[in-house]
Ligand binder design. Sequence first.
Ligand code: TYM
Length: 321
Amino acid sequence: MRILTGLQPSGKLHVGNYFGAMEPAVRLQDEGEAFYFIADYHAMTSSQDPVALRENVRELAVDFLACGLDPARAVFFRQSAVPAVNELAWLLSTVCPMSLLAKCHSYKDKTAQGIAANHALFAYPVLMAADILLYDSNKVPVGKDQKQHLEVTRDLAMKFNDVYGAGTVVIPDPIIREDTAVVVGLDGRKMSKSYGNTLPIFGEEKPLKKLIMKITTDSTPVEAAKPTDGSTILALYKLFASPSDFAAMVKAHEQGGVGYGDFKKQLADAYWDFFAPMRVRRAEILADPAFIDRVLAEGAMRAREEASKVLERVRRAVGLL
Ligand code: TYM
């Protein structure tokens, strides 16, 4: 079984990225051949800043490794280290109806906000399909916001096989864990960089804990029972706390007598403790800067090898060979 996922280097990784994609990806390393990559081409659809791109790629690499990606078990590489992905994207785009892309959320959201979308943003799902199909991926762990992109990938793969013959490309399945499909942000909406409501995985203790104190709550007085349905504090606490600690906080909500400030402090401590081992690993990785270069160079080599096999099969099927 081949497992693949990608993350955009578009700023600090957050708790939504962790539970939606990174944690499942790390767990799946033992269950098949894992291919994980940094989607640097994709990040350029929304920001064109060479200095920031270089920094963000490096930071993402450090942070993903700190969170448990094991380069001995997973192939870890930059998307742009395998330019063949652009060729496959082109081939897929020849069977991709414009209407399929026009209904994609990422494009529709930007244009609805009045942002002039570029061609790359429009074509984003085709490149993503190429990312997945180039490595004969079977399983793709992602958060729910990527579900539509996976549907486009499957549509394109089936269409491609219809035109060029069964087995030309492998049809992938998404893995979307129900309980962490949508991690909520500090304001109760989906955690997302574009909403400015994220809780980063790494950073300084004081400012990060302060972010948690800013979580939006209602004005229920301290002594009164607090609603548990739709509670941002509880939704986040569930990710970090043991089942018994979580049950205790639910009970304290129902009984009343504890203020939101105290619940937030408990959440902040649970969050900070949860990522403690990752912070230790991160410090070790940062102490050896050449390690990242080695890992990404080795990953690029292995990814290129695999990609060239698949691309040759596809080129033959379409008549380029
Ligand atoms: P990106 O960089 O926006 O997000 C990376 C991963 O984090 C998940 N995620 C979340 N999951 C749960 N709750 C949230 N609040 C939350 N926010 C983000 C995303 O679902 C994603 O799994 N298009 C992709 C990158 C990509 C890719 C691929 C992924 C490019 N090619 C091929 C898989 C396969 C993206 O923008 O993810």
